[in-house]
Design a protein around this ligand. Structure first.
Ligand code: GLY
Length: 359
């Protein structure tokens, strides 16, 4: 495609000008100032979820940041597509609820270049928790608000607070989970109940298996070299009310350093919380590791620190955990305990790439 100055998209991105508009493949304005190869990396739902429209999270974020938008603002707009999508039962509106049938959301944002961050946990009633996390970052002196305090803050900041974020699909899934699981499972859902029933229902097609611990993480390097990350989730399906996973915790669900790169996660939050792996990955890259090597290092650390009940007889990890890793030069990788894919959007366009499996 040839732009108004007679250069192609690829030439423009390689030569110091950036594309400036909405729809992929239809640039209408050209801006100077490229200092890095822009790229957005996300979990697979960053490409597969479109909320009934035509553009995904990674495309939206890429187009916004090459149009001159801030890298974190672009990511937050991107993940809002997935948060608002009722078909994605792992995030935002229609996310699988907790054990009492209430949708409780966690999210965090981190701007590695501006050195700012914000998060919310156990937030009820707001479809786009990453936007509330962004407001925490921009309008408070704090990094994390939880529960009623987070909801009150969201209301005061002008967010719409709804009574119930369940869809028919998530509500019916919860009712079925309730019917099958032992009502006596509290307070120890590690016995029969909780996650085991959720996995059984996923295998039967009630919701995708990756939505049991489902989440969206996205990170990016903008054309000006700035680096940011966002993670947003409804958390573990049918969790004990009040349970918070890795997603809103800086260093666990995400970490971004403007001089190094960014990392973030989806999957079993408890496994990641134990090792604060996003921070670990960024520190490994600071010491010179590639994104792939740093991600593999973190998964090996998780394996080393995991208790026996969460391992298979062959000692491999019996849960899903993924890391999405990006360095400041735009190199990226996705690593996982299970086969799968992750989303990328760069000058070659949006696509899925294979996760590197570490068992
Ligand atoms: N990784 C999402 C969670 O465990 O809540």
């Amino acid at each position: 495609m040839v732009g108004p100055m007679g250069v192609t998209r690829r030439e423009a991105l390689a030569g110091g000008v950036a594309l400036a508009t909405g729809a992929w493949g239809a640039p209408s304005l050209w801006l100077p100032s490229r200092q890095a190869a822009p790229v957005v990396v996300a979990s697979a739902n960053g490409l597969t979820s479109k909320n009934g429209g035509t553009v995904s999270c990674v495309e939206t974020a890429f187009n916004l940041m090459v149009s001159g938008g801030d890298v974190l603002d672009a990511l937050v707009e991107g993940v809002a597509i997935v948060e608002s999508d009722p078909e994605d039962t792992s995030v935002g509106y229609g996310g699988l609820p907790n054990a009492e049938g209430t949708v409780q959301l966690d999210a965090a944002v981190m701007h590695g270049t501006r050195k700012t961050a914000g998060g919310v946990a156990c937030l009820e009633g707001v479809r786009t928790p990453a936007k509330v996390a962004s407001a925490v970052m921009l309008s408070t002196d704090h990094h994390l608000l939880v529960g009623e305090g987070a909801q009150k803050f969201a209301r005061q900041m002008g967010f719409q607070v709804e009574d119930d974020l369940n869809t028919e699909r998530s509500r019916k899934a919860w009712l079925e989970w309730k019917r099958r699981s032992d009502p006596e499972h509290f307070p120890d859902p590690r016995k029969r109940g909780g996650t085991e029933v959720a996995m059984e229902m996923a295998r039967e097609g009630w919701f995708p298996i990756e939505h049991v611990f489902g989440t969206i993480h996205a990170n990016a390097v903008g054309p000006d070299g700035s680096i940011a990350a966002v993670t947003t989730t409804s958390g573990l399906a049918f969790k004990i009310p009040g349970r918070v996973g890795d997603s809103p915790i800086l260093g666990a669900g995400l970490y971004a350093d403007g001089n190094v790169g960014a990392a973030g996660s989806t999957g079993r939050g408890e496994a990641n919380l134990f090792g604060l792996c996003s921070f670990l990955i960024v520190e490994e890259m600071r010491r010179g590791s590639s994104p792939l090597d740093a991600g593999v290092f973190a998964l090996r650390r998780v394996a080393e620190k995991t208790e026996a009940r969460l391992k298979r007889p062959d000692a491999s990890l019996a849960f899903g955990l993924q890391f999405y890793v990006l360095d400041k030069s735009g190199r990226f990788a996705g690593v996982s305990t299970n086969p799968g894919s992750f989303a990328v959007c760069d000058e070659s366009g949006p696509r899925l790439a294979a996760l590197e499996v570490v068992r």
